[in-house]
Design a binder for this molecule. Structure first.
Ligand code: SF4
Length: 352
């Protein structure tokens, strides 16, 4: 069991974030916010995939107007993603945002930041304050050696928190982003050691889905395994549903998310196998695709190591030449010809 790092609880509409609550998956719409119908459609797809918080960019006045309409049409708390404009932030708060995402470093005027804080406080909403590596470079207007960036990001985060706390605003979620995996791990460790606000984890610019999967899993997985992180977003240059699916896989792998469907375990195959294990695994994958039970099902290529390695699976197929043995909780229950393996597996599934 992973022990979560203790944090305050922050309420974002109907969702609570912090160590006392499950880690929340969030994503971001990828269609223009002014296109209300497409936004609502995408939000509903993401909710079905497992997303529980949704962020929308609001760069123009027309976007905050559309944001107000979208809030009325969906059941999930919405976060407004604001850059550079205090007016957009305040419009989004008044439009019904449950949280705004703000990098105070790009709101140049202190009075404007205070206006945003006071509006958020009045509407009882949360603010995610972010620092990122790119803004540190901009701030210094000169190259900053990699080893100094973590300390500078932490220093910047401290100054923001001091400002928010000086206005008695505590509904904060913290995020520190980099596109570098090691730095993301370093800075989030430092932030979690220094503050007890919930932490939003993510990598910036993670890449196309096939490229984003690995760095996201390593960065977010390392931090989550250490108990750091209360809400996560996997950034993918692609369909946002993939972001949610990757996020879910990371959490499931760490035992931080309860799965509702079977987990398929497949042996890597080797020279001992006398059947096409991959083909059989694909057939099993298809056969169990509509099962909504959190079972572990194993497909093993031989009866030499297969039964032992699949002993903790509720159901296992251990294949031999032209046949398969079905195991339930490590005990052999039947032997069937290869053509009957899938029906025999499904028959055993019915009994669970
Ligand atoms: S289960 Fe059997 S076939 Fe599969 S990798 Fe292990 S030894 Fe090889």
């Amino acid at each position: 069991m992973i022990k979560r790092r203790k944090t305050k609880t922050v309420k974002i509409g109907t969702v609570k974030i912090g160590s006392r609550y499950p880690i929340v998956i969030q994503s971001m719409t990828k269609v223009p916010t002014v296109d209300v119908a497409r936004c609502v459609k995408q939000i509903k797809q993401l909710v079905n995939a497992g997303c529980r918080l949704m962020r929308l960019a609001v760069p123009r006045r027309a976007d905050t107007d559309a944001f107000a309409k979208i809030v009325q049409k969906v059941d999930i708390p919405l976060i407004a993603d604001v850059h550079f404009s205090a007016n957009r932030a305040i419009e989004a708060i008044e439009a019904g945002a449950a949280k705004i995402r703000l990098n105070p470093g790009n709101i140049k005027n202190l009075k404007d930041i205070i206006r945003i804080i006071d509006a958020a406080k009045m509407h009882k909403i949360a603010i995610r304050i972010g620092v990122n590596e790119a803004s540190i470079r901009d701030l210094k207007k000169e190259p900053v050696p990699a080893q100094k960036r973590t300390a500078l990001m932490l220093k910047e985060m401290k100054s923001y928190i001091r400002l928010f706390e000086s206005r008695n605003f505590n509904s904060l979620v913290l995020s520190a982003k980099s596109s570098d995996v090691v730095r993301t791990i370093e800075i989030n460790r430092a932030i979690s050691e220094t503050f007890d606000y919930p932490i939003h984890l993510g990598l910036t610019h993670a890449g196309l889905p096939e490229d984003a999967r690995m760095p996201s899993a390593i960065a977010l997985g390392t931090l989550l395994a250490e108990g750091i992180g209360d809400t996560i977003r996997v950034s993918v240059a692609g369909n946002p549903v993939e972001e949610v699916e990757i996020a879910k896989q990371i959490l499931i792998t760490l035992g931080l998310y309860k799965r509702s469907n079977p987990e398929l375990i497949v042996c890597p195959t080797c020279a001992r196998s006398e059947i096409d294990v991959i083909k059989l695994a694909r057939q099993v994958e298809k056969a169990i695709s509509r099962i909504d039970k959190p079972l572990r099902i194993a497909v093993m290529g031989c009866v030499v190591n297969g039964p032992g390695e699949a002993a903790d699976a509720e159901l296992a197929i251990c294949a031999a030449k032209n046949k398969g043995y079905i195991y339930r909780n490590g005990r052999k229950v039947s032997a069937v010809p290869e053509s009957k393996i899938i029906p025999a597996l499904l028959e055993e599934l019915q009994k669970i």
